[in-house]
Design a protein around this ligand. Structure first.
Ligand SMILES: Cc1cc2nc3c(=O)[nH]c(=O)nc-3n(C[C@H](O)[C@H](O)[C@H](O)COP(=O)(O)OP(=O)(O)OC[C@H]3O[C@@H](n4cnc5c(N)ncnc54)[C@H](O)[C@@H]3O)c2cc1C
Length: 664
């Protein structure tokens, strides 16, 4: 058995393991030939191929060989390190070696899954294994560091996702800061009357949870607030929260609403955001009757006192006893320390004006689904009546599915909830008006529990279903009606359907500021703009930033049951992290060889994690290894080559490159 001396002077005995991964790898790469080749490489004392290296017997092989063959380095050629690097590091450690005396070759994603030619793929596999064998010789023993976890948590967004996550964590005894940018929590669900498929009253199931948030001793609720800055790392985040003025003293206001009645601005022309602009509100207002916190606020854009300073301030008189109104309130910042963060910032609806041929914003009786949600709601602008703009009831209503979803020109993805909420709206419109309802759909997607049954129920109620994408909506000549032109693909004919009202089932999109938010929290967005999870199947609520989790529609369109399930999962992940008490940090961080550092500061602005500072006394840069994520930017940027990164030292990288390019 050869006992080689490596380039760095250590004696190394390398074991190479080639995984078949069923046929994922073995179907495209000759794994036996690859193992035979590996066995001939300098320093390799044994090479094996095995069906599933990640299985217990596969890992046992590594441990046994380390003991019996006195292996000192391990190379596993298998799948992505994202999935199993930890598994094999653990096996290496259990075998008695430092876990970083191991290197993984991604034979699956980098080779077998992207090639079809078996001979060429096997040759590429040889190059990759040769490179790993060359670099692993230089690996040094590294130690993982532990950092403690602050048990407090931050949740951003107070829709049903944020509310559920906050209550779950608070009930488990953790202190939660819930930050919501609107004046009230509740999110989109607070705007609905009923929820599919059970037709539960949305307010009846949501408001008890909203109230529980407000009264929970473990929850600090900040509305009209947004996260301004986030610094730190898993377990130890420092967050600055911007709190906008409400112009009402929250500790004094009791929500009696007398100030609203007293406001002189009686002929209010301010469009009510909560009612989607279908009603008006006064400059001093409460978003909706069950808002939490039950506090009024002043809109400085429309308040006469803010605009001209000439108001009689009858609101102040009405509140003379409590003196809750404070026109001088200023924006302020709160600094908090938290260990974990859950993002639950939800979604925005597709802007129907982007599809002009459906006439939204052009014809008054074309509504979006969210506007309809407000019309059918007893606390909405028409007290629950479905009315046309002229105040009459519609006799016929068309609902157009997939507006801004499943469309090459807008969003290619399915928004998942529009079919079901369109069925819900069809039911509610029929119930309230007895109108003929025409649902024009591409396919009905009803895959959830009780969804198909709900579809059947709405069909049996007499709603018409027309399979076809509506081409356009235009005024019907000589009447106040609108015509929907649609190709009925089941009847193979183009139909023109006159209706009094058109409802557009708008899709769900990422929040317009999703990119800003993702930058602030150092996470990624998917191509559709929603926040990206670490792994779609195995880590659906985690992000690539440790300690930051996702809940609800900020990760992608979903209904309320899925949102609540995901929020519970995010809370459970955060709780597991907190209860572990400490977290281990990967040691693949950068460090500075001080004797070579010229103090030029080039590296400092390059670091995306603000991990580098300048030590004035020494005139040298210093890296906070806890903040460093091992991205290597500073290593590449350093003009004097004084920054080194563990596991990516020059000798390791150059030998790896030479290994890929070598012929033998
Ligand atoms: C017309 C329509 C009808 C629907 N009907 C149903 C139904 O009947 N049944 C059903 O199961 N699902 C329904 N849905 C889907 C449902 O709306 C979502 O599943 C649910 O609202 C998702 O909750 P969320 O908390 O993730 O997001 P949201 O409800 O969007 O809440 C997000 C919250 O985060 C806040 N926020 C955003 N950005 C920030 C920030 N930067 N800082 C602080 N706070 C922020 C927002 O103000 C908001 O309060 C419907 C959707 C639509 C469009």
């Amino acid at each position: 058995m050869p006992d080689l001396i490596s380039g760095n002077g250590c004696g190394v005995r390398i074991g190479v393991y080639v995984c078949h991964c069923g046929t994922n790898i073995a179907g495209t790469i000759d794994v036996h030939a690859l193992a035979e080749f590996a066995a001939t490489l300098p320093g390799v004392v044994l090479a094996r191929d095995y069906k599933y290296m990640c299985s217990d017997p596969g890992q046992e092989l590594i441990k046994k060989d380390i003991a019996e063959q006195q292996l000192t380095r391990i190379v596993v050629a298998a799948c992505s390190p994202c999935l199993h690097e930890k598994t094999f590091r653990h096996a290496t450690e259990e075998g008695g070696l430092n876990p970083f005396f191991f290197h993984m070759v991604n034979l699956r994603e980098h080779d077998s899954w992207v090639h079809t030619d078996k001979v060429a793929a096997t040759e590429k596999g040889k190059d990759l294994v040769r490179a790993a064998v060359r670099r692993v010789k230089h690996h040094k023993p590294l130690e993982r560091r532990q950092v403690s976890i602050n048990p407090d948590a931050l949740i951003v967004g107070g829709g049903i996702a944020g509310i559920h996550a906050a209550l779950t964590m608070a009930n488990a005894g953790k202190h939660v800061y819930l930050v919501e940018r609107e004046p009230t929590i509740g999110g989109h669900m607070a705007q609905f009357d009923k929820t599919f498929p059970t037709l539960d009253c949305a307010a009846c199931i949501l408001t008890p949870k909203m109230t529980a948030v407000k009264t929970h001793p473990n929850i600090t609720l900040w509305t009209l607030s947004e996260v301004d800055k986030v610094e730190g790392y898993v377990g130890n985040y420092k967050v600055s929260v911007k709190r906008k003025p409400r112009y009402i003293r929250e500790d004094v206001c009791v929500g009696c609403l007398e100030c609203i009645e007293a406001c002189v601005y009686k002929q209010a022309k301010v469009l009510d955001e909560f009612n989607m602009g279908l009603g008006t509100r006064r400059p001093i207002y409460i978003p909706f009757p069950q808002a939490v916190p039950q506090l009024v606020l002043i809109d400085p854009e429309s308040c006469i006192e803010f605009k001209s300073g000439t108001c009689k301030k009858t609101c102040v008189e009405a509140c003379a006893e409590r003196q809750a109104i404070d026109f001088k309130q200023q924006e302020r910042f709160e600094e908090i320390d938290v260990g974990t963060i859950i993002l639950a910032t939800g979604f925005d609806v597709f802007d129907a004006g982007r599809i002009p041929y459906y006439g939204y914003g052009i014809y008054p009786n074309v509504y979006t689904a969210l506007e309809l949600e407000r019309l059918v709601n007893a606390s909405g602008p028409t007290a629950g009546e479905v009315l046309l703009r002229d105040g009459t009831k519609p006799k016929s209503v068309g609902i157009i599915h997939c507006v801004g979803s499943r469309d090459e020109n807008t969003n290619k993805y399915c928004s998942r909830v529009c079919c079901m909420y369109s069925l819900k709206l069809a039911h509610l419109i029929k119930e309230k008006t007895d109108a003929e309802v025409y649902n024009c759909y591409i396919d009905i997607r009803a895959p959830g529990k009780g969804f198909e049954e709900f579809y059947n129920r709405v069909s049996e109620e007499g709603t018409h279903f027309i399979r076809g994408k509506v081409a356009d909506v235009f005024p019907t000549e000589g009447t106040n009606q609108l015509t929907m032109r649609v190709e009925d693909t089941l009847m193979s004919m183009v139909r023109q359907i006159p209706v009094d009202m058109v409802v557009l089932a708008v899709g769900l999109e990422a929040q317009p500021d999703a990119q800003d938010v993702r930058r602030r929290f150092n996470i990624s967005c998917s191509t559709e703009g929603f926040f990206l999870e670490r792994h779609p199947k195995l880590a659906p609520v985690s992000t690539f930033t440790d300690g930051v989790f996702l809940a609800g529609c900020c990760q992608g369109p979903k209904d309320i049951p899925d949102t609540v399930a995901q929020a519970g999962a995010a809370a459970a992940e955060a709780l597991a992290l907190i209860d572990a008490g400490a977290v281990e940090l990967e040691p693949n961080t950068a460090f500075i060889e001080e004797e070579f550092c010229s103090g030029c500061k080039t590296c400092i602005p390059m670091c995306p994690y603000s991990a580098i500072s300048f030590v004035a006394e020494k005139k040298k840069a210093a890296i906070n290894e806890v903040l460093c994520k091992g991205c290597g930017t500073c290593v590449a940027a350093c003009p004097s080559g004084s920054i080194v990164q563990n596991l990516f030292e020059d000798v390791e990288v150059f030998d790896e490159i030479e290994g890929v390019l070598a012929y033998a």
